[in-house]
Design a protein around this ligand. Structure first.
Ligand code: ATP
Ligand code: MG
Length: 425
């Protein structure tokens, strides 16, 4: 016989196991709750999309499209990509299903896995998860502030407060070309000294040089012109109004002139929420406006804005802050013998119907080994069902926390135990 195969998960992907999963569940359910207060409804889009959807929207010369996409031909030879982000799919769905006909803004949120072929490291995975939102149809800067406020409310509800809200405006198709030109002029003398990626970026998308993590490029961009000096009147006024609304909402923000974001579809407002507790990958959430994207996808002119939260980084912050919350069974049913096992099964089902987490021992185990298992599982109560008990219509109970014990009539077990129920929030 050949030896059994052992498999490991692929590089850069992770299993999310209990008890860590409780952090994910808490964040997800809180996101649903908070976002729905602002009128965002869930949308689920496919994980696979035609490759062109991403190359066109994210941009041919971005890191994601150039290096990071999981792209492969399907059996019919079509080029398929595992989604590297959520916005392109939501915009596609918005256009495909003519959702623009309804009153604006239309607001959606999504949660799920994203895929990027990146070098795995702390805070960076090949399959990672995002919760994101998108709002369509309103160009007002008030919406920008409202969306940022929602993000802040969500993070604060999770107990995360030491965060930095960085904002910027990267202008629109009218004013960005002059900024692009100014950056090219600034870097023209040192072009050869830039990293190979930035030499290409110089040509196609010099704004992205501002985002480069290479030490030399960071040095070379010192003193580069600020986008704020190139914004057209409309973009300038939009940004000022966003900042005023953030002030009104008491969201302490920092203007980061270098934040250009790694995707091409952004216009005007961009933002990132960062934490000093995350090491090198410090952005926990990021987003911005994309006022041209719906139109580029063949829809009517429709402004849009959204953000995505990186779940791995969010849950890392949560676990650092308070650790995972472990939950334990309420009851352990220890039946002794076959008849008792049948009665134990019925009692267990009744307790579960009452909402109690009920574990059970199975035939053939001694009382000792069942008590040991109950203890290992950290159950609060043990119910011992034996032949003597059955004939008297009662079972024994034991409180493993206080050590007290006694007897209770079988029909009253639920009532008795429910009074101990620890509500798990
Ligand atoms: P970064 O600067 O970290 O590469 P990005 O600009 O590529 O981020 P976005 O596409 O804006 O990131 O994604 C939004 C958020 O998703 C990020 O702020 C981060 O929290 C998370 N994220 C992005 N890529 C990864 C990854 N490979 N692994 C884990 N989380 C990620
Ligand atoms: Mg990235």
């Amino acid at each position: 016989m050949s030896s059994p195969e052992r498999y490991s998960a692929l590089k850069g992907v992770q299993d999310i196991l209990p008890p860590d999963i409780s952090l994910w569940q808490r964040a997800e359910s809180l996101a649903r709750e908070v976002f729905s207060r602002y009128g965002f409804q869930e949308i689920r889009t496919p994980i696979i999309e035609p490759t062109a959807l991403f190359t066109r929207s994210i941009g041919e010369t971005t890191d994601i499209v150039e290096k990071e996409m999981y792209t492969f031909p399907d059996k019919a030879g079509r080029s398929i990509t595992l989604r590297p982000e959520g916005t392109a799919s939501v915009v596609r769905a918005y256009v495909q299903h003519h959702l623009s006909g309804l009153p604006s803004p239309r607001k959606f949120f999504y949660a799920g896995p994203m895929f990027r072929y990146e070098r795995p490291q702390q805070g960076r995975f090949r399959q990672f998860h995002q919760i994101g939102v998108e709002a369509f149809g309103v160009a007002s800067p008030v919406l920008d502030a409202e969306v940022l406020s929602m993000l802040k409310v969500f993070l604060a509800a999770l107990g995360l407060r030491e965060l930095r809200f960085e904002v910027n405006s990267i202008g629109c198709e009218n004013c960005r070309p002059s900024y692009r030109k100014a950056l090219q002029d600034f870097f023209s003398g040192v072009r050869e000294d830039l990293c190979p990626d930035c030499q290409r970026r110089y040509e196609y998308n010099p704004l992205r040089i501002l985002d480069c993590k290479v030490e030399r490029c960071i040095e070379l961009r010192r003193g580069a012109p600020h986008v704020s000096d190139f914004l057209c009147e409309e973009c300038k006024s939009h940004f000022e109004k966003v900042l005023a609304a953030l002030g009104l909402l008491r969201i302490p923000y920092v203007i980061n002139h270098e934040m250009v974001r790694g995707l091409d579809y952004y216009t005007r407002t961009t933002f990132e929420v960062t934490s000093e507790h995350l090491g090198a990958q410090k952005a926990v959430a990021a987003g911005g406006r994309y006022d041209r994207l719906v139109e580029e996808f063949g829809g009517p002119p429709t402004p849009g804005i959204g953000f995505a939260i990186g779940m791995e980084r969010l849950t890392a912050l949560l676990s650092e802050k308070e650790g995972v919350v472990e939950v334990f069974p309420d009851v352990y049913i220890a039946p002794l013998g076959e008849k008792a096992a049948a009665e134990g099964l019925l009692i267990a089902e009744r307790l579960r119907a009452k909402g109690l987490w009920t574990e059970s021992g199975y035939e053939g185990s001694s009382l000792r080994s069942q008590l040991r298992r109950a203890d290992k599982l950290a159950c609060r109560h043990v119910i011992i069902v034996g032949d003597d008990e059955l004939s008297s219509g009662k079972v024994k109970w034991k409180d493993l926390k206080t050590g007290s014990q006694g007897e209770v009539e079988i029909p009253k077990v639920e009532e008795f135990l429910s009074s101990f129920r620890t509500d798990v929030g």
